[in-house]
Every structure is written in structure tokens, then in C-alpha cells.
Design a protein around this ligand. Structure first.
Ligand code: ASP
Length: 367
């Protein structure tokens, strides 16, 4: 199902109070809304997220979590802090929240492990840092930032990345820190469907619950839910700097050291002040890599496209290959845009000129 169209995406912008007209132009000239001096947009994953499958408690829990992440990032920006610090603050909050597939609450590999990927990019100089396959670093986004700022490299993986993160003083936790019952049950279900063996519960995980999770437990998945749950943030700070950050556990039951688009610079994450864009993606990573979604959005914007048009063209391109998902885009004027090809994407935005807004469903109207 394709829920995304250029028109609908523009409506989402407007619904979120994001100063975008139906033509994709900033509403500033028409409404005299002051131009934002800083601006932040976030996502918590896209996928099959439908109203009638979400309980009120789940709906509320996600909205509150998004609001908290917006508050963390906007506190940095409102105090004159950097776009990099803001996207990291927002992403770290979501990494700690078991509702999202990043950090604690990440999906499991087929072998029953949490292997975490993240990337960050500084638009001012196109410096970037990425990590893949982390298992003990509490905040993978902090590890990606350290790769960017404290190493001569861009992309570190596995044990080496973990050793580097620890050497930089980043908090290390036992792998069971990332365990959640919800994701474990999701893994078991997926492995059964695929006829794959079910691994032993990870060491240090709590014993299985005696009573199955209740439907109104916000941490319980809606039945047959198919969503991704990656988290990301894009920001413009009051010095005009753009940055993007993305963090994920990848896809449930992934095998053989699989890495998706998130830490691949130009696929799931990209920022460039020269081109006036910052992008964070969520979706079927294999297709987002093949479509080089984030980089191509920036190229389209450099050629004059709005963030909305560029974002929608690229998520549509990924869909033409077979991959669903969504993106958040920030332009140099601080206008955030959202584009998706799924029935929902957890998302939100806030700026110096507009209060925090969050949305979940693709067709969502005013909150
Ligand atoms: N894009 C991520 C991946 O393929 C999954 C997600 O967006 O949740 O690893």
C-alpha cells in the first residue's frame, strides 16, 4: 500500500504546523509567521501503524515519548546549543525508551542478540560517524559521534567499534540491558513464521512473564504489527548549522551480521549545509541503501526541490524497488518535512516559531 503522495505529505506539514503550503512553499510570506531561528524534527519509525490496532494507552505512550524527545532536543537549541548536540539529545532519549527499536527496546537478531547501528552527520563540513553491530554501548549515537570527532574514520563495526566506544569513556552495559519482553516475543513469532530455530533467552534477561502482556500495556505490540521503530532527528540551530542522527536495532530476526541503511552515510542519514538539508530515514533498509535515499534527497534540494518534494520522490523511489518507509527532512530555513509510504510514522517537530507537535498516522489531522 502506498499512503504517501506529494499532496498528502504537504498536508502533514501543514497539519503539524510546519509552515508548509500545499504547493510546498514556506508559509512565512503569507502568514507572517516569524522564520524559525532553530528547528527540530524527529521520527520514531515508520510502518503499518493503524488507529484501529493501537490501544488508547499505546497511542498516548508514543505521543508522550515523542514529546519528551522533542523537549530534550529543543532545550539544547533554545539555549543556543548546536544542532549536533540537539539531535544527539533527542536520539539518546529515544534509545533509552523501550517503545522504540533503538538502544533499549531494540529488535533481536535470529541468534537472540541486540546488534545496534547508528550514524550522525554534521552538515557544516559533512563530517560523519557511524557504528554497526554494537552490543554493549548504551547509546550507539554517542559512539557514532565519537567516531566522527575522535577517530580518523567514519564507520566502525562490531567488537572494534565497541572497544573504541569504551576507550572514549562511553557508558557500557551488559547486553541484557537492551532486552524487552515485547521484542523477544516478536522475535519468537518471526522465527516461527520463518521456520527458524528459536534461541535460548539471553543471559541476564528476566524470566518469561507468568501472565501474557495485557492488550492495554503500552509495551505490548499490537497484533500483526509491522513497523520499523528506528529513531532519528534532524535539526537547524541558531547558528544556521544542520545535523542529522539516526539509531536502530535494525530488523527483527536479521542474520549473518546484517546492517541496514541507518549507519550507511547517504542511505539512512545525511546532512549538508552546502545543499541545505538534513535527512534521517526509517524503513526497509536494503531498499533505502539501494536508492541512496538520504543523499539523493539533498541532491534534489540542492537543485531546487522542497524538502517535501525531494523526500517524497525518494521514498517513492525506494518503494519502486520494493521497500517501504519514511524520512524526515530539515531545510536551511528550518522547515521540517515528512514523507512516507506507510500507514504511519511516529514523528514530531518543534521550532523557535512553532510549538511541539506530534503525529502517528499518515492521514493524521490536527491533534
Ligand atoms: N531502516 C532500518 C534498517 O533497515 C529499520 C528501521 O527503519 O526501523 O535497519
Amino acid at each position: 500500500m502506498t499512503c504517501g503522495t506529494r499532496g498528502r505529505g504537504a498536508v502533514i506539514g501543514a497539519v503539524l504546523g510546519l509552515a508548509v503550503t500545499a504547493a510546498g512553499l514556506p508559509a512565512l510570506a503569507q502568514t507572517e509567521t516569524p522564520a524559525p531561528t532553530w528547528s527540530l524534527a524527529i521520527h520514531g519509525g515508520a510502518g503499518t501503524i493503524e488507529r484501529d490496532r493501537m490501544t488508547p494507552a499505546q497511542d498516548t505512550a508514543y505521543r508522550e515519548a515523542l514529546e519528551k524527545a522533542l523537549a530534550a532536543g529543543s532545550a539544547v537549541l533554545a539555549a543556543g546549543g548546536s544542532a549536533l548536540d540537539a539531535v544527539q539529545a533527542a536520539v539518546e532519549l529515544m534509545e533509552d525508551d523501550p517503545l522504540f527499536n533503538a538502544g533499549r527496546g531494540a529488535v533481536f537478531t535470529a541468534a537472540g542478540r541486540n546488534e545496534l547501528d547508528a550514524a550522525v552527520m554534521d552538515g557544516t563540513n559533512r563530517a560523519a560517524g557511524a557504528v554497526a553491530g554494537l552490543t554493549t554501548t548504551r547509546h550507539p549515537i554517542a559512539a557514532a559521534r565519537a567516531v566522527m570527532e575522535k577517530s580518523p574514520h567514519v564507520f566502525l563495526i562490531g567488537e572494534g567499534a565497541e572497544t573504541f566506544a569504551a576507550s572514549q569513556g562511553l557508558e557500557q552495559v551488559p547486553p541484557s540491558f537492551f532486552f524487552t519482553e515485547r521484542r523477544w516475543q516478536g522475535l519468537v513469532q518471526t522465527l516461527r513464521q520463518r521456520g527458524l530455530p528459536i534461541p535460548a533467552r539471553p543471559e541476564g534477561a528476566p524470566p518469561p512473564p507468568a501472565v501474557p502482556m495485557a492488550d492495554n500495556d503500552p509495551s505490548a505490540p499490537p497484533l500483526n504489527e509491522r513497523k520499523f521503530g528506528t529513531v532519528g532527528a534532524v535539526a537547524l540551530d541558531s547558528h544556521g548549522r544542520l545535523a542529522a542522527a539516526t539509531s536502530t536495532g535494525g530488523t527483527s530476526a536479521k542474520q549473518w551480521g546484517r546492517v541496514g541503511d541507518v549507519p550507511v552515510i547517504g542511505a539512512g542519514t545525511y546532512a549538508s549545509n552546502a545543499e541545505g538539508c538534513a535527512v534521517s530515514a526509517t524503513g526497509d533498509g536494503e531498499f533505502y541503501i539501494r536508492a541512496s535515499v538520504a543523499r539523493d534527497i539533498c541532491a534534489r534540494m540542492a537543485a531546487g526541490a522542497t524538502g517535501q518534494a525531494a523526500g517524497q520522490a525518494e521514498v517513492d523511489d525506494a518503494l519502486s524497488l520494493g521497500g517501504y518507509g519514511g524520512v524526515i527532512v530539515m531545510d536551511r530555513a528550518g522547515i521540517p518535512d515528512f514523507a512516507l509510504t506507510t500507514s504511519g510514522m511516529y514523528r514530531g517537530a518543534v521550532s523557535s516559531a512553532a510549538p511541539a507537535r506530534v503525529a502517528i498516522y499518515a492521514d493524521e489531522e490536527e491533534q
